[in-house]
Write a protein that binds this ligand. Structure first.
Ligand code: PLP
Length: 467
């Protein structure tokens, strides 16, 4: 933990214990620096952190004061992140794990052996051999009609009335998220993200110059609706970007009751939701979890998904259920990625029009379920005391909380030297966390090499406990 975070936390305890009353003046920066022994910069950072959390406010030339009744109480640590800088960290991280020699526990994608279905490859081969789809115009936004029709049918099957014109094909899920966010916001706008979330969401916010209000995870519900209410009461939020099914990196899926409550809040406050649902097909229970689109009576939800986690990330094909924003998003596409590879779109449409996809998904789910259980049992049995492994019945990530004194960045660097990658917590959250989490991709068969790597991971964590 940084010194400023440490100081902010102890001052927060004092504020919450009623040590000061609303509108009381806090010690000046200099007084606080003298009392605590921290530098002026550290104290200033701590005060700014408390201000971002709404616990104190500043008056020009007068100093800092305890927030009064005029502000809604922020009991659930809503944090304002003014300026996002994560892209370079993600860039360095992705470069560092790229080598084929590295055991890819840090990868965001399932083992490619489980994707790229043989039938799909056959379809691609046949199309290539007969030069099918080469002669056509590159498919312009919103993308291949047949593919959009098949995607629309999948929504209808889940009880979500959908027309092909609602769907825009994008270059993967990330493009869908970026385009949606770009269509809904202006630089400087406030958006809501979960405190711990896929780094692509942070990158999109950085790219578009957005301010990010974060809401913490709820231990039982996944998403903390009270914090969400606080965030929208305090800040002018028009858009949020959330993951509610098979959350990356933690793994939870939010219940239908909570989704319904969230939908009612969005409706009451006219807030748009960009829903990241790229793991929607990777559930282990019998019933596919509902998306927020299901509860969306007012067309406030833009639902983003892709084939990257089920058929292959290399295809770069995703989509957004854009509804009334379809045209706006297509305009943005014309100025950026233009079209998605028409050859691949045609082949995917061909493939999806048969029953192959359903069969492939069934096998994929069963395999991931088996592997996730194996990894979980191994890690739960071998990790030292103080570690906690979260298991949820979907996807292929395990989220491991390490003892508070262990820095997951250090673990990531040490493992990399041994040829093993893991994703450190710093990729998924910005402030207010202890940096003691790692995400492990468990989609690789338990070969001897993988078992040795898991053993290496456990040993590394054990060793750092004693340093
Ligand atoms: C939560 C989440 N959203 C979106 C994406 C991006 O998906 P795609 O590869 O289809 O662009 C990823 C990829 O890792 C992800 O984990």
């Amino acid at each position: 933990m940084y010194k400023s975070e440490q100081l902010a936390l102890s001052l927060k305890h004092l504020i919450e214990s009623g040590f000061w009353k609303p509108n009381d003046k806090l010690p000046s920066l200099r007084q606080q620096a003298e009392a605590s022994g921290f530098s002026l910069i550290t104290v200033m950072n701590a005060y700014q952190e408390l201000e971002a959390q709404g616990l104190i406010y500043s008056k020009e030339k007068l100093g800092y004061f305890i927030a009064g009744d005029a502000l809604p109480a922020v009991s659930h640590s809503v944090i304002l992140n003014d300026k996002i800088e994560i892209n370079s960290t993600v860039f360095r991280y992705l470069k560092s794990i790229q080598s084929e020699k590295i055991i890819p526990f840090g990868s965001a994608f399932p083992d490619s052996q489980l994707l790229y279905s043989a039938k799909l490859m056959q379809t691609l081969g046949q199309r290539a051999k007969h030069r099918l789809s080469y002669e056509q115009m590159p498919s312009l936004p919103p993308g291949n009609f047949e593919l959009r029709k098949l995607i629309a049918q999948r929504y209808c099957m889940q009880g979500i009335p959908t027309d092909p014109s609602d769907i825009v094909i994008t270059s993967g899920g990330l493009d869908a998220l970026n385009l949606s966010l770009q269509a809904m916001t202006q630089p400087g706008d406030c958006i809501v993200l979960q405190e711990t979330i896929f780094y692509g969401a942070w990158q999109a916010a950085e790219h578009l110059g957005l301010k990010v209000i974060t809401i913490p995870e709820h231990p039982e519900h996944g998403i903390d609706l009270d914090a969400f209410k606080n965030a929208i009461a305090r800040y002018p939020v028009k858009v949020c970007l959330l993951m509610l099914n098979s959350h990356n990196p933690i793994g939870f899926t939010v219940s239908d009751e909570i989704k319904l409550q969230l939908a009612q809040l969005l409706h009451a406050h006219e807030i748009y939701l960009i829903e990241d649902d790229v793991y929607e097909e990777l559930y282990f229970d019998h019933k596919k979890p509902l998306s927020m689109k299901y509860f969306d009576q007012q067309n406030l939800v833009l639902h983003c998904s892709s084939f990257s986690k089920t058929l292959g990330a290399g295809f770069r094909v995703g989509w957004v259920y854009a509804g009334k924003f379809s045209e706006h998003i297509q305009h943005l596409q014309l100025m950026s990625t233009l079209s998605v590879n028409s050859f691949i779109q045609n082949a995917l449409a061909d493939y999806l029009s048969h029953r192959y996809y359903e069969k492939h998904l069934k096998t994929l789910r069963n395999t991931l379920k088996r592997l996730k259980s194996q990894y979980y049992h191994y890690l739960a049995a071998h990790l030292p005391e103080g570690c906690k492994v979260d298991y949820y019945p979907s996807g292929y990530f395990l989220w491991i909380s390490l003892p508070a004194q262990i820095d997951s960045n250090l673990i990531y660097h040490q493992l990399l030297e041994k040829g093993i990658s893991v994703a450190p917590g710093a990729l998924f959250y910005r402030t207010g966390k202890k940096h003691n989490h790692i995400r492990v991709n468990c989609s690789f068969e338990m070969t001897e090499k993988i078992q040795q790597a898991l053993h290496g991971l456990v040993q590394c964590i054990k060793a750092s406990q004693h340093n």
